[in-house]
Design a protein around this ligand. Structure first.
Ligand SMILES: NC(=O)c1ccc[n+]([C@@H]2O[C@H](COP(=O)([O-])OP(=O)(O)OC[C@H]3O[C@@H](n4cnc5c(N)ncnc54)[C@H](OP(=O)(O)O)[C@@H]3O)[C@@H](O)[C@H]2O)c1
Length: 231
């Protein structure tokens, strides 16, 4: 299996590189030129394509011949970086390739997610301040996901809860809607978010799904583990 990791130099990206190598995959990583050195520990084991992740030429080169594409969707800047990245992948991935995109719980596919007041407030406050400072544009991450949801490719949009660092606890559990009891703990180890992304490439049940994930060892996951959650 050959995978391309778009946004390989970030925290999530580096975990995905490691998981992919652990599985014996051939890895092509894309990251900004100035971040290439962050991937030094993988030197000789992966191919690095330096460039902006929303540059169609960079992406076309990086995804050529790949069976899977793992995409870190980030809202940084105010120049449509997220939607540009998603569009470039949708346009250039090999026909039939498995695609997995990362985002947060704030993204909703069908409007049926039930958010806590705290989360709604956080998203609103962060969104406004970040846009005012021209640091990030959450609306563009929403637009990126809208384009993915509308596409007929073999996509999965993985929606991460709050994240923490730490040793892997295993594959997160998931549910279709934020607000479902199994997700209540709202915490996932970043290393396991990455594991879910990589595993999603081989899980056909996740094709055209937008799983919201939570750590498998969290209280809510343990309390509801025997209840079918994916509905
Ligand atoms: N952080 C959270 O609490 C949280 C919660 C839920 C879901 N998520 C999702 O998890 C994914 C990873 O997020 P993360 O917070 O953990 O970050 P991360 O893995 O560290 O990744 C950040 C990415 O953004 C890039 N980046 C940083 N500044 C940039 C800029 N100004 N212009 C363009 N790219 C820039 C980084 O590239 P360089 O290496 O080149 O800097 C890196 O690829 C995202 O999809 C996010 O929506 C995060």
């Amino acid at each position: 299996m050959k995978v391309s990791i778009i946004g390989a130099s970030g925290k999530l990206g580096q975990y995905m590189v490691q998981h992919s190598l652990d599985k014996g995959y051939e890895v092509v990583g894309v990251c900004r030129e100035k971040s290439v050195k962050k991937l030094d520990r993988f030197r000789g084991r992966i191919t690095v394509v330096p460039g902006a992740t929303n540059d169609p030429e960079v992406i076309q080169h990086a995804v050529a011949g790949c069976d899977g594409v793992l995409v870190v969707l980030v809202p940084w800047g105010v120049h449509d970086y997220s939607s540009g990245t998603a569009q470039a992948v949708l346009d250039h991935a090999e026909p039939g390739a498995r695609l997995a995109f990362s985002c947060g719980w704030h993204i909703t596919r069908d409007g049926k997610d039930r958010y806590s007041r705290k989360l709604l407030w956080q998203v609103k406050a962060f969104g406004r301040i970040a846009k005012l400072l021209r640091a990030a544009d959450l609306d563009d991450q929403v637009e990126a996901c809208r384009r993915v949801f509308a596409s007929d490719t073999r996509w999965t949009v993985v929606r991460g809860s709050d994240l923490e660092e730490g040793e892997s606890q295993g594959l997160p559990v998931w549910s279709r809607h934020v607000g479902d009891p199994i997700l209540e703990s709202n915490l996932t180890r970043r290393v396991d978010f990455a594991l879910f992304m990589v595993e999603a490439l081989q899980n056909d049940k996740l094709i055209q799904e937008a799983p919201a994930i939570v750590g498998c060892k969290t209280p809510s996951a343990l309390a509801h583990a025997s209840v079918p959650s994916q509905g």
